[in-house]
Design a protein around this ligand. Sequence first.
Ligand SMILES: [Zn+2]
Length: 272
Amino acid sequence: MDEATARRDLIRICHLMYERSYVVSSDGNVSVRLDDGRILATPTMTCKGRMAEELIAITDLEGRALNDQRASSELAMHLLIYRERPDVKSVCHAHPPHGTAFAVAGLPIDQPILSEVILTLGCVPLAEYGTPSTDELSNAMRPLVKHHNALLMANHGAVAYGSDLWQAWDRLETLEHTAKIAILSRMLGGSRNLSADAVEKLINVREAAGYLDPSARCQACGYLHETSLTCPTGDRPIPLNIDTFSHNGVGKISLSREELVELLIQALHTSH
Ligand SMILES: [Zn+2]
């Protein structure tokens, strides 16, 4: 992507972010990695609704300033994602109300409720709370960055990333839309999840169409354990499917047989 297009699209996304109430005041930040490795980023303490091209900060991959604008203090989380994921060229971080409500309630967005979301985004895990702009937050996010395309940060907000600015933005929008639908369905008595068979078919479709590659089978979704699909790299994070968001009962914990066995094995290991 050429720099002029990146600058223009970054500003458009900042304005969309503010207009859609994904951020207020100086919340949130957007960045893009150029082909030469430089990072264009939103500056610190600037409202995204008033963002303009002359305010864009430029840094290297270590966050060192390459112009006279100071990048957001949250740039560290963007740089972590760029380092962990060479395929990622853009990162969007915001506090969209419905997605952030999940993050505040301590819930991932990981139930199989919408076919389109399984096809294009997959699961959105919850990273433990870490103080913004510190290693605490980066350390909580690091294990989740590799296999997911968007994350929730406990008591903070959401981040999505992709191969260009628009894919990162689209994923953030899908996250927020899914969270909103999940909350609304809860008000109607709870969501009816897709069956393991339906999930498996959708995952086969998304791989055949190239929406997500097979490594997305390693995402932290409880429902993947109910299918016959296996994680090709063998390092799927163990999801605890805390079922506080279904109509089955507040606070009920449901585990598949495989998850229960894994937990028991872990418990045996730690008791030695
Ligand atoms: Zn934030």
